[in-house]
Design a binder for this molecule. Structure first.
Ligand SMILES: [Zn+2]
Length: 194
């Protein structure tokens, strides 16, 4: 993979003081610029969150999904446990922002998130995770504890040993309860408290 890697910079944030490093990945006809947010004194086997971009949830406080809350939780936990958040620029489960908004419009008409994606000609989930292995190897990390409810994510990260799955459970609200049900019942997410 011909990946361009940035310098390391400081990112003081309301969650704590982090280091950041960006990875520019050639993708289709362009590229995707990912961001790794991590503590300088990383644990040997760190808790790692792999978060896929969700502009509406991460930046706008959308209540249609749980992404924003999950991201905040992951950053808080990274600060507490000397962990890492890998922020992947694959908006809308990798169908892009414009298509995601079209999917939302279909959801406004009553389709669920999976049906809406299918109607637009996409799979329920188009995300890929090869770059995660590349990034972890770059940091000389061979074992992680993965912060996720998504068993598919465990299987899609190769050549890195996942010694533990750490659940990330957010309380549903009236807007995202249906979405979370679809994730649990149709996409195999493990959303029970453990
Ligand atoms: Zn979201």
């Amino acid at each position: 993979m011909n990946i361009e890697i940035s310098q390391i910079a400081n990112l003081p944030s309301k969650f704590g003081n982090f280091k950041v490093k960006s990875f520019k990945e050639p993708y289709q006809n362009g590229y995707r610029e990912h961001l790794v947010i991590y503590k300088e004194n990383l644990e040997t086997i760190p808790i790692v969150r792999v978060h896929s971009e969700c502009l509406t949830g991460d930046a706008l406080g959308s209540l249609k999904c749980d992404c924003g809350e999950q991201l905040e939780y992951a950053l808080e936990l990274a600060e507490k446990t000397n962990g890492m958040v890998i922020y992947l620029r694959q908006e809308g489960r990798n169908i892009g922002l414009l298509n995601k908004i079209n999917a939302y419009a279909l959801q406004d008409e009553g389709l669920d998130t999976v049906e809406a994606n299918h109607q637009l000609g996409f799979a329920a989930d188009e995300r890929t995770y090869e770059i995660v292995t590349y990034i972890l190897h770059h940091f000389n990390i061979s074992k992680i504890k993965l912060l996720t409810n998504n068993p598919d994510k465990i299987n899609s990260i190769s050549d890195v040993e996942i010694v533990q799955r750490v659940p990330i459970i957010m309380k549903p609200n009236s807007h995202n309860a249906g979405y979370l049900d679809t994730k649990k019942n149709q996409m195999g997410h493990l959303l029970e408290e453990e």
